[in-house]
Design a protein around this ligand. Sequence first.
Ligand code: SF4
Length: 448
Amino acid sequence: MKNVAAKLTPIEYEQNFAEIHPALTPNAAVAEANRCLYCFDSPCMKACPTHIDISTFIKKIATGNVKGSAKTILSSNWVALTCAKACPVDVLCEGACVYNERGEEPIQIGRLQRFAMDRYFEQGMPPLFTPAPKSGKSVGVIGAGPAGLACSAELALMGYDVTIYEAREQPGGLDTWGIAPYKMKQQDSINEVKLVQSFGVKIKTGIQVGKNISLGELEKAHDAVFIGVGLPKPTRLNIPGEDLDGVADALDFIDDVTTRKWKKVDVGKRVAVIGAGNTAIDAATEAKRLGAEQVLMIYRRSEKEMPAYEFEFELAKNDGIVFHFQTAPKRIMGKRHVEGIECIRMKLGKPDKDGRRKPEPIPHSNFKIAVDMVIKSVGQNTDDTFLGKILGLRLQDGNVVVNAESYQTTNPKFFAGGDCINGGKEVVNAAYDGKRAAHGIDKYLTNK
Ligand code: SF4
């Protein structure tokens, strides 16, 4: 990159990337827990994709039984600390809290869940669950992200021998390297990996199925296989200049920030982020917090259609990010390095098959913006070669087709869950899929 923003001091890095929502003190947690009405038929519980028994875990905090609270939470969700910090609680549990109807602040469910889980990990993960006697059967899990971890924990407690194969050097998936550090620390995800390992789950990192271990070896070693490989392939913009020096993929950029590679991670003085989803917002705010003087976001639809949550949008605006709505990139300019971006104004036409109004270019409305860096965040895709050709699974729109109840794929021995079946949802959805798939695998292996 040609024009690189000046590096921050170590103190500035820590200040800029400190967690946005500080932990509740014990007194504040008990006071907040005592506000809960312990609703019969809790709407908050229904709104949580993993259906955590929220009123019960809150009541346990109120009565000082924090370990019991952690047990209630973990019984439904094996990556509950990540979810407490990274879930869009405004649109899930807290959005459904009855206090909203009264025009009052909802119970801070996310921060209470974090309180219980932080204490649990600080206390060194006291044993809360006893694994069933060994079944003598083995399950291989591809991918150590939230779906794979949840599936593995559940299966290990049912008595299965579980081995996870993870292509990266560090387990945890996006929880470890894809969530902005001001939302959660990488160590939080590593702690959740350790919890799953404490049930006897083996994790082999740096292992790519089809490369370091063949499909035949995998099938021979295990009675069933769970696939939780996420969406590893970034969508290309397919415009000129996409491969210039200074063009980065949002998740790679976030990975460097999450893993605190401060020396390695460079940011331009003027940065354009393409896309307006939650990942794009993370990349934009991180670029600003790394020292970029100006960060703009380019999105082809209007503010109304942007996929980012409202609170993410507010965060970006507070960080001084400038939004260019109804604007599409035409080409990235520069000889070797990014020097600018040419865009075109868009108008919204008729709704497409998803009901969203289709953006159409306005003729002769091209304009140029001088930038030194472009971060692409227009979506991720499954590795269809691996899933479709190597594993031989049926895909629809690039996603693995599974039975909605059992999570079994078109190969009866293979099950799948998380982003690779839904095209990209929240961590909490992946955690739920993994757990349910474990029960699908158990039924398959016990002929229930
Ligand atoms: Fe408590 Fe709100 Fe859930 Fe009712 S809806 S149980 S008040 S958190």
